[in-house]
Ligand binder design. Structure first.
Ligand code: PLP
Length: 358
């Protein structure tokens, strides 16, 4: 039996979207491929509230994270980590020989704008990375407040990992002054894994032009130049099948569901899951900074999680255990992409039934 995925990526993909990936291919150097990429970019500009450039990458989001820190750090990067994915960005910096410092919070907490400001005040950094939605802990950093502080430092390139929140949560890229915002196909967009996307500001372009060793495959400037100078082309062979599905799905999001409705639905789903978790368990994350897309639940009842997920599997559902050090202490329910309120309620009722809660 197929298990409906309530894990924080990959997510459940609608059948119509999957079918797009089975369409016959086109050459990637033709006009049709350019048109396809241009259409995708134009819809992303609406979803991210930006007039800056949009880059596609045939890789998961980690590729663009590595590309961003490598292509745009000249002096030193400040990496703000509140969990596993923040740590990953620091490891990418170090393994690419980028000078970087990591600033950490305890898992479950968010950064405040004051904490960010104290780091930026030193004047040591010219790029910062921050995780918008930390999927390991279920914490959403207060990106709008943080953006206010970063706005005071015009030399800083502001990079945001929004892999598990963008397209499910409103992030006004230009208003917030975000230079590079990254997301992957298999989270809130609702596609199979294998493609990722980022915004790329004029400021980031200027910075990348000054960086000598930007790598090759994830050189963001090269991705940009193929769009600008070669009419929406891609430096190597992109996953055309993903692009078909992406084009289809973005048209659905923008013209059928509506961007604001999509964000609203994610908020409602988060609320339902949080209320359920609060009633029967406890929330792991600081309540002021709860994620709109994934809820991390403290296993205060000491339930046997494998038993629960096995039983859910027999009924056609799958949820996720805790991440890394939280593996046995928490479990996670993702409510992202095209997940409906009905199917989420159905999942929670089944959990109640299996665990004999009520
Ligand atoms: C899933 C995830 C990533 C990694 O993305 P991939 O597409 O798997 O490379 C990075 N950051 C966050 C917050 C994530 O949830």
């Amino acid at each position: 039996m197929h298990k409906k995925l309530f894990i924080p990526g990959p997510v459940e993909v609608r059948q119509e979207v999957l079918s797009q990936m089975a369409l016959p291919l086109i050459g990637h150097r033709g006009k049709d491929a350019s048109q396809l990429q241009e259409n995708i970019i134009n819809n992303f500009k609406k979803i991210f509230y930006t007039n800056e450039q949009i880059l596609l990458s045939t890789s998961s989001g980690s590729g663009l994270m590595e590309g961003a820190i490598r292509s745009c750090t000249l002096k030193k990067a400040a990496v703000f980590s509140i969990g596993a994915f923040g740590d990953r960005w620091y490891e990418m910096a170090i393994s690419n020989n980028i000078v970087a410092d990591k600033f950490e919070k305890q898992w479950g907490e968010a950064f405040t704008k004051e904490e960010i400001e104290r780091v930026l005040e030193t004047g040591e950094y010219d790029l910062i990375t921050i995780t918008h939605n930390e999927t390991s802990t279920g914490v959403m950093n207060p990106i709008e407040e943080i953006a206010e502080v970063i706005g005071k430092y015009p030399d800083i390139i502001f990079c945001v990992d929004a892999v598990s929140s963008a397209v499910g949560s409103k992030i006004e890229v230009d208003k917030l002054g975000i230079d590079i915002l990254i997301t992957s196909s298999q989270k809130c967009i609702g596609l199979p894994p294998g493609m990722s996307v980022c915004t790329f500001s004029t400021k980031a372009i200027k910075r990348a032009e000054k960086v000598t060793y930007r790598g090759k495959y994830f050189d963001l400037l090269s991705l940009y130049k193929y769009i600008k100078d070669k009419n929406y082309q891609y430096p190597s062979t992109p996953s055309i099948s993903h692009m078909y599905a992406l084009d289809y799905q973005l048209n659905y999001i923008v013209n059928e569901e509506g961007i604001e409705n999509r964000f609203g639905r994610h908020k409602v789903m988060a609320k339902i899951t949080e209320e359920w978790a609060d009633k029967y368990f406890e929330l792991f994350a600081d309540k002021k900074y709860l994620s709109n897309t994934v809820t991390t639940i403290k296993n205060v009842r000491n339930i046997d999680f494998s038993y629960l997920n096995n039983e859910l599997g027999k009924r056609g559902f799958q949820i996720s255990n805790g991440y890394g050090i939280l593996k046995d202490k928490t479990f996670r329910i993702a409510h992202m992409a095209d997940c409906t309120i009905e199917s989420l309620n159905d999942l929670l009722e089944n959990i109640n039934d299996i665990l004999k809660l009520n």
